[in-house]
Ligand binder design. Structure first.
Ligand code: 5RP
Length: 234
């Protein structure tokens, strides 16, 4: 692990730490190429930083309607996934990340498109503040995007594993994702074997995407901490 010293960081707020890692991620952007861009408040800081070098890149592939809007508002061209064969790098946040680079994602409901763009990228660079680093995945409610007609059966399946299940709401109605589906948030699980868990749950009929990113894990994590940006390599 390498660590860039930052004496001033001791007084930085969580928002400032997000800005710091968003800016630090610029060094992974390959000049002249298209960059994969995730979703969330940390990625928003990265998008703002990316705008300062927009003349040096061809554009971005985006993982959500929200990120697309932000990229385009800042003058960055957004390409469809199908127009691009492979990306050198995908930069995104996480809700949890462990010491192997396995993650829980989907707090912003964009997990399906995030996993698609990550799968198309050679390297996943995770940007997060230190609170996201955990010994075992599962404390953060695990998002699962589901086809609405399967909701009750999937709820029973997770409950059978000893978990508690909540249908995510927005404005008192089920939240509808960019893909027109719903999100279940699962608590009470300790995900000690992320690869097996992702394999198993991904096969349940009605699951669109489970928010465990084990097959699309991070290769690098830029972690904002009181002592600066730490770089974890997995
Ligand atoms: C969105 C995500 C985000 O990467 C995750 O929720 C972290 O977001 P933030 O940077 O706002 O903490 O998976 O679906």
């Amino acid at each position: 692990m390498t660590q860039a010293p930052n004496p001033a960081a001791a007084v930085l707020s969580q928002d400032e730490l997000k800005t710091l890692v968003g800016q630090a991620a610029l060094k992974f952007v390959v000049p002249g190429e298209i960059v994969g861009v995730g979703t969330g408040s940390t990625v928003n800081k990265f998008i703002d930083a990316l705008a300062t070098i927009k003349d040096q890149i061809e554009g971005a592939v985006s993982s959500s309607v929200a990120s697309t809007a932000r990229l385009q508002a800042l003058g960055i061209a957004v390409f469809d996934c199908n127009e691009v064969a492979e990306l050198s790098v995908y930069i995104d946040g996480a809700d949890e990340i462990d010491a192997s680079g396995y993650m829980v994602k989907g707090g912003g409901a964009a997990l399906t498109r995030e996993k698609i763009v990550a799968a198309q990228s050679r390297r996943f660079v995770c940007i997060a503040d230190e609170s996201k680093l955990v010994p075992v995945l599962g404390k953060f409610p695990l998002p699962v995007e589901v086809i609405p007609m399967a909701t009750q059966r999937l709820k029973r399946q997770f409950e059978g594993m000893g978990a508690q299940v909540t249908l995510r709401l927005k404005d008192a109605a089920p939240l509808v994702t960019d893909n027109g589906q719903h999100i279940l948030d699962i608590t009470g699980l300790q995900i000690t074997d992320p690869l097996t868990f992702e394999t198993q749950v991904s096969q349940w009929p009605g699951v669109v995407t489970v928010g465990v990113f084990a097959f699309q894990k991070a290769q690098v994590c830029l972690l904002g901490s009181a002592s600066g940006v730490k770089t974890l390599n997995f």
